[in-house]
Design a protein around this ligand. Sequence first.
Ligand code: AMP
Ligand code: GLY
Length: 434
Amino acid sequence: MNILVVGSGGREHALVWKLRQSPSVGTLYCAPGNAGIASVATCVPLKATDFQGLLRFVRDKAVDLTVVGPEQPLVMGIVDVFREHGLVVFGPSASASRLEGSKVFAKEFMKRHGIPTARFASFAAGSGRQAEAFIESSSVPLVVKADGLAAGKGVVICQTKAEARIAVQEMLEAKAFGAAGENVVIEEFLEGEEASVFALSDGEHCVTLPCAQDHKRILDGDRGKNTGGMGAYAPAPIMTRELTDRVEKEIIRPTLGGMKEEGAPYRGCLYAGLMITKDGPKVLEYNCRFGDPETQVVVPLIDGDFAMLLKAAASGSLADYTPAFHKASAVCVVMASRGYPDEYETGKAIRGLDSVNVENGEIVFHAGTNRDGNTIITAGGRVLGVTAVGYKHELEATIDAAYRLVHRIAFDGAYYRSDIGKKALKHVKPGKHS
Ligand code: AMP
Ligand code: GLY
């Protein structure tokens, strides 16, 4: 089967890398892709939001399955357009993508279906007074969220009521997030450890993948600004078998069941961003796609034909698919450009990429790169996802392997966290395979 992956980041490189290993895959395309993706797939210069261009391409090249990486085309309805043309596409419809596209929808949905999440209230433009009154009557910290897509920047954690008032004012009145901030959610601050759970669904059945943990803050020790994600590892030892079963029962199945009941069956990857609190797992957010950089550590753990898995989810036959996973661990350290997550530098030559030893489970996923003649140069905030997969090793050894590879790669201004995976180690019993 011929496959088109839509997107251009580290997540798409990981998807393409995994698909390349599937015996059922013929030609693999990626639109628009990046310099790393070009080594495993044919890159096509079409934007992820150019639906008509992508449709024409898929028809011209007899593409059998399209896999959509980023949220924006999903929320804009790429899947609806492709399905109307009788094409097989992996991803949720616009209506199902509201779980990510509107935080107000997601919170109200969880309330309707009794899915555990932080207590909240939502406010529309013009109701600043009511929002202030709500803040006054709440205890801090509080979390203020813009309703729509805001590239990970629409969440403000407020330690004081004054900060919360300012955050709401900026979103509702000053329109700092444009249309995305026309409605806001104000919610209770949850304490605990975060985990990312991906469930692949065909609208009816689902397959839960090994759980991962992201590192969202820019600095070691989870300090500093929020980013798209500075590194990840999987499986996350905090997600014991018992906890994973509980998440499936209390969160994943009620979410999929609820969406079906509401006439928006969820097909694709449902990403539940969880906080594991002392009262159990609660949903921080839903995403309507694979996570980035979690995908870089989750897909290497899948044993079996990944293309068949995605196709089964896209075409409603997941009940016939038996999932299997490697007993392994994976760690991804993101190397970013100086300045990220604010304004960052680009165009720096990357050295050391030829030192990667695939046989040793080393993989470098490209997130923001370009080619300049024979040189690979930086072209994004997050540049590389330097990844190690340990098929025989415990998590600690896989962390060391990832950092050994990081130390062999360099570019001017390269920045990375030095503690990716460290917080998992306290959950790992000595001598036990993670
Ligand atoms: P979101 O985009 O909703 O996942 O928020 C981004 C990040 O903000 C999350 O990964 C958490 O680290 C943090 N966050 C969001 N909501 C809460 C909450 N209610 N309590 C504590 N932290 C939160
Ligand atoms: N790693 C966070 C996200 O993909 O949204």
